[in-house]
Design a protein around this ligand. Structure first.
Ligand code: GLP
Length: 261
């Protein structure tokens, strides 16, 4: 896993946006895996800026979001559909038919999950998957003990995740308990994964993911087995890492042909 430590979330997200934009320039019909949550918001803001000011073209891009709450429709302001529309999709020129997010209102969850995985395959697989990380080390909504080869399916949220994510919900009781999420195996199949983590609250999960054992107790640790995983942190999130001087040394001394910036 490549570890890159930036001074601020804004700097980290600018780098992630640059990597996504480079991919789209090289492959205009790229397939992006996207994440909801607060962490990637500056990345989406930068993609919108690149679209408006530098003509970054999303006409042929296809996207697949990681997850959605079960029971919430696309117009529910608490849903990830709504969140993604407001923070990214309505500001760029991606056709609606190329946007995919699990259906929180499906009446047949197993079938909807199977069809989601099939749609990813039919699109040619995900080229670049953007990830955040939960405080308990989850990616997507793959909570601790998730199968490391799972595909899209229903999961039950932990109390910790319910607590951490309930800021968009007026009361704790209204948080859905169940979600549909791409599996750890689905995420592993992406050509490249960029995981973003910022702030002190993520430091413990970050150190377990990067420097701990690969374990279903920390689903993000599966990225240690990914051939092309890039983790971008700010200083606060990287605070508990023990090999920081090495990560900084390696990034500073990348051969010119491998540099991102
Ligand atoms: C949710 C999402 C994850 C996200 C995590 C962290 O659980 N399902 O994909 O990474 O929250 O959210 P935030 O970025 O708001 O800290």
């Amino acid at each position: 896993m490549e570890v890159i430590i930036k001074r601020t979330p804004a700097e980290g997200c600018r780098l992630a946006a640059r990597l996504a934009a480079t991919l789209i320039h090289r492959k205009p019909n790229a397939v992006l895996g996207l994440s909801a949550g607060k962490t990637p918001l500056p990345l989406y803001a930068e993609l919108i800026r690149l679209h408006r000011e530098e003509g970054l073209d999303f006409r042929q891009v296809t996207t697949f979001n990681l997850d959605e709450y079960l029971g919430l429709g696309p117009n529910d302001p608490r849903s990830y559909h709504f969140h993604m529309r407001e923070t990214l999709f309505k500001h760029i020129n991606i056709p609606a038919s190329q946007i995919h997010i699990p259906d929180g209102l499906t009446r047949d969850v197993p079938r909807a999950c199977k069809e989601y995985d099939e749609a990813i395959l039919a699109a040619g697989g995900i080229d670049l998957q953007i990830l955040g990380i939960g405080r308990d080390g989850h990616i997507g909504f793959n909570e601790p003990t998730s199968s490391l080869s799972s595909h899209t399916r229903i999961k039950t949220l932990t109390q910790e995740t319910i607590h951490a994510n309930n800021r968009s919900f007026p009361s704790h009781n209204e948080m859905p308990l169940h979600v549909i999420t791409m599996g750890v195996g689905t995420i592993r199949e992406a050509g490249c994964c960029i995981l973003l983590a910022f702030g002190e609250a993520k430091a413990r999960a970050v150190s377990k993911m990067v420097e701990g054992p690969i374990t279903a107790l920390v689903p993000a640790s599966i990225l240690q087995l990914h051939p092309h995983a890039i983790a971008i942190f700010d200083k606060a999130a990287s605070r508990r890492l023990s090999l920081t001087p090495y990560y900084q040394h390696a990034y500073k001394n990348k051969p010119s042909w491998q540099r991102y910036e």
